[in-house]
Ligand binder design. Sequence first.
Ligand code: PGA
Length: 251
Amino acid sequence: MSRIPIIAGNWKMNMTSLQAIELVNGIRYGLKFPGNVDVVVAPTFLCLKEIANLLKDSYIGIAAQNLHWKSDGAFTGEVSGPFLKDAGAEYVIIGHSERRQYFGETDESINLKIKSALQAGLIPIFCIGETLEERESNLVESVLRNQILTAMDGLAPSEVEDLVVAYEPVWAIGTGKTALPEQVEETHAFIRSVIMSQFGNVAEKIRIQYGGSVKPSNSKELLSLPNVDGALIGGASLKASDFIQIIASII
Ligand code: PGA
């Protein structure tokens, strides 16, 4: 089963409009023909529309970093799927570990967000991953199984097919520590098997990204693993040359 890899840059709370414009221009003119790979950037809400307009005829797609699960209403400070779609987003990152850790997101609220993203025609980039403590207590499989089954509860296989799953061990995010390639492959295969047991063969179509300190020096090895279908990149996505090198390592 050939899956088109997807490389996504999660800018987090970085990049003013001007910096963002400079960065995406650096990417699109620095790498003109990305080949058989989907490339996505996730700006802040504030410059998402501007960046989406700028990239309209380019190969770079746009993701939001979060959404609310209701489509509209009295939810001060929140942004929903239909607004993101209207602004030009095609994807939305859901359940990033920073949102789980600092903003109280749970697998239950993530489940609502995934459903509402799909409803709005956005492709969820659904993040899962264990903490260091959970890894050291041998809980990786049970934690991931629980995250997947709760957050994907009630989805139809046809909806699951569109999902992108991002496996990001929490201890590897922004720390410079990457999981070993054999750990990554084993975990990705496990994730696919859990999705397979719940939703059937559609699991073969789902793209599973790895995330956590991916950089030009380790991307080739990680991205060549059979069950790794791309990467979700934080720090290294803020520099056009690093991001391009990571994309180039999969082409
Ligand atoms: P990092 O972040 O590449 O800086 O480790 C990854 C992420 O949080 O998605």
